[in-house]
Write a protein that binds this ligand. Structure first.
Ligand SMILES: O=C(O)C(=O)[C@H](O)CO
Ligand SMILES: [Mg+2]
Length: 269
């Protein structure tokens, strides 16, 4: 069975952010991820992780001006200085939180931007970020995000992400494969997982449509979890979904997955 991490930006929103660590641990999660830690002191976050025996699995680098609609800086011309300052800040947090990976968002280029130039900027920025991150054993993640939810986002297809990783060929630059975005954008999720796996450093899940629990909907998660096992994926799976109601009440899919995994290991014994 994959190791599941609760995404505390989307799950447990029935309580304030710092209280979500305790609820996730009580529900059996051993890891957490969230979008942005920067409004909290990293020491406070580290104490919450320690108190609840949780691993910090992933968080995002600063995305630019989120409230103004920015969604990352990595592919945006003329923003390299701000990009680098953001990566340095993220790495400072990663050191305190002992986080092994950081998601770096590409951004939404302006209509006037030349997309070939944006790709060059993206490659330059990612190479710089990966080299800084390598010094503290951190992986840099890039994630294709679907155009329905984030119109104009620079990176939306799995093959594009793989081609960026292949072009730079850096051991700590990896793909964050979000099955929700993949299904929304292009489908063929199991085949794309298999094709991407050597370069996939993190997986995220949600039901489609609606981005709720991975239970009902277009994606057959019991099949996908078994496929991850069969493909030898040993990384984390982030539960990046918005629960339909109370978070705990929607965890039936996880209990079923635990049962599937124990049946499988029982039959292998
Ligand atoms: O939206 C997602 O799927 C993400 O993982 C990003 O980190 C935030 O937009
Ligand atoms: Mg995601």
């Amino acid at each position: 069975m994959p190791r599941f991490a609760a995404n505390l930006s989307l799950m447990y929103t029935e309580v304030p952010f710092l209280e979500r660590f305790a609820l996730a641990a009580a529900d059996g999660f051993e890891g957490v991820e969230y979008l942005f830690p920067y409004e909290y002191d990293p020491g406070v976050l580290a104490r919450h992780l320690e108190e609840h025996a949780l691993e910090q699995v992933l968080f995002n680098a600063p995305p630019g001006d989120w409230a103004a609609g920015e969604r990352g800086l990595a592919a945006l011309p003329g923003r390299a200085e701000e990009f680098r300052a953001g990566i340095r800040l993220a790495l400072d947090y990663a050191a305190v939180l002992q986080a092994p990976r950081i998601h770096v968002m590409a951004g939404i280029p302006q209509d006037s931007d030349d997309l070939d130039h944006c790709r060059d900027v993206y490659l330059d920025n990612l190479a710089w970020a990966a080299s800084e991150a390598a010094q503290q054993d951190v992986d840099i993640m890039i994630e294709p995000i679907n155009q329905h939810d984030m119109p104009g986002y620079f990176l939306s297809l799995q093959d594009e992400a793989l081609s960026v990783c292949e072009a730079l060929n850096l051991p700590n630059l990896k793909v964050q494969f979000d099955t929700y975005h993949c299904q929304m954008s292009e489908g063929n999720v199991a085949t794309r997982l298999q094709a991407g796996l050597p370069r996939i450093g993190h997986i995220q899940i949600a039901g489609v449509p609606g981005r709720h629990e991975p239970d009902i909907g277009e994606l057959n998660y019991p099949f996908l979890f078994a496929a991850m096992d069969a493909l030898g994926y040993i990384g984390w799976v982030g539960c990046e979904y918005r629960p339909r109601a109370e978070t705990r009440a929607g965890l039936g899919w996880l209990r079923q997955e635990e049962a599937r995994a124990s049946r499988t290991s029982g039959s292998a014994a």
